[in-house]
Design a protein around this ligand. Structure first.
Ligand code: SF4
Ligand code: SF4
Length: 333
């Protein structure tokens, strides 16, 4: 080939290589932007640290005999918990609600205070929230948790769920050491519960204690785990897979908080472990991305669990109060 023609071919090949390289760069930038947008939509993360509870409520998988009988008092090790937190480091600068529970009573984990401390260090802008049945909280009794101990590890929102009890007769306010009159009362007709909220200051920061009185007869069927005689055909969207990350005590990323790792067919609704895969890879996997999209448009044709689920929230009650007043900071992918 003549030198001129040879140079022309070389130039053409180089141009093509450059174009391919540009395409790859654009593709990667697009993927990163997409992942950042997916991460940025998340406003609530729940991480389980054990799978046991001291109660057996009829409205909860932990109360059903098939699951309750198989539960063991194992909890996530500090090493594995740290690995999960590290895997979520993209959230280090973001405001979101973070709670350490998943179908369990968190205060049954003997190391729970340390785990909240670790979580607070990993996510300094997160609002640490404790979901509890309150049985292990008492202001003065030995062997129980006082509120100050919980606030002392960074918890800023304590949500106590009391089932099938009359607020007038409940001893919970005595155990908390806060007069019932110091709470604001709210009848939540949408969620069919009575809510008591008390704000106070702790070390210069506002903290919130909520006591919710709920009826086990009026709770959701947990994506069909709780069998009821009401025939349910789900309609409308579900924003949970887009807005929340629900991680069990083994590090599995679940479709939503209504999945229990011991329910029949659980594997279908779990999308890999944060102990083994990067959170970005799990969230951008074809199966998770497809499920996230389908639930966000209300197409449950390939999601059998969702088809019978009556759990419905448009907005998260984890964001009560302070969180909704502030726009979320961006997450880096
Ligand atoms: S609803 Fe809460 S208190 Fe009742 S069994 Fe389930 S985890 Fe325990
Ligand atoms: S519809 Fe129910 S089971 Fe499906 S993702 Fe939403 S809450 Fe979970």
């Amino acid at each position: 080939m003549a030198p001129l023609a040879e140079n022309l071919v070389k130039t053409q090949i180089k141009d093509k290589q450059d174009a391919v390289q540009q395409d790859i760069i654009h593709q990667e930038a697009g993927d990163q932007a997409h992942l950042a947008s997916v991460l940025n939509d998340v406003d609530c993360i729940e991480i389980g640290t054990t799978n046991v509870c001291n109660r057996k409520c009829v409205s909860c998988p932990v109360g059903t005999s098939e699951i309750a009988d198989k539960l063991t008092a194992t909890s996530v090790s500090e090493t594995h918990f740290n690995k999960i937190l590290t895997n979520l480091s993209a959230f280090a600068d973001k405001r979101f609600s973070l709670s350490l529970h998943e179908y369990n009573e968190p205060l049954k984990d003997k190391d729970i205070l340390n785990k909240y401390l670790m979580a607070g260090r990993a996510f300094p802008k997160a609002e640490l929230t404790l979901f509890t049945n309150g049985d292990l909280i008492h202001q003065t009794k030995k062997g129980f948790y006082a509120l100050e101990q919980l606030f002392g590890v960074g918890i800023r929102h304590i949500r106590i769920s009391i089932y099938d009890a009359n607020p007038e007769k409940s001893k919970v306010f005595e155990r908390l050491g806060i007069a019932k009159s110091a709470f604001n009362l709210y009848q939540n007709n949408i969620k069919k519960r009575t809510e008591f909220s008390h704000y106070r200051q702790f070390q210069g920061q506002e903290v919130l204690v909520r006591v919710l009185f709920l009826s086990t007869q009026k709770l959701s069927n947990r994506g069909g785990i709780i069998v009821t005689d009401k025939q349910q055909i789900r309609q409308g969207i579900c924003s949970l897979p887009r807005r929340t990350l629900s991680i069990d005590y083994k590090g599995n990323l679940k479709m939503c908080c209504n999945v229990h790792h011991m329910e029949e067919g659980a594997g279908t609704w779990m999308h890999g472990s944060l102990l083994e895969s990067k959170i970005g890879d799990l969230l951008m996997s074809d199966t998770y991305a497809k499920m996230r999209h389908q639930t966000s448009i209300g197409d449950y044709s390939s999601l059998a669990k969702c088809q019978v689920c009556d759990f419905y929230q448009k907005s998260s009650d984890r964001l009560v109060g302070r969180m909704v007043k502030t726009s979320s900071e961006k997450v880096s992918a």
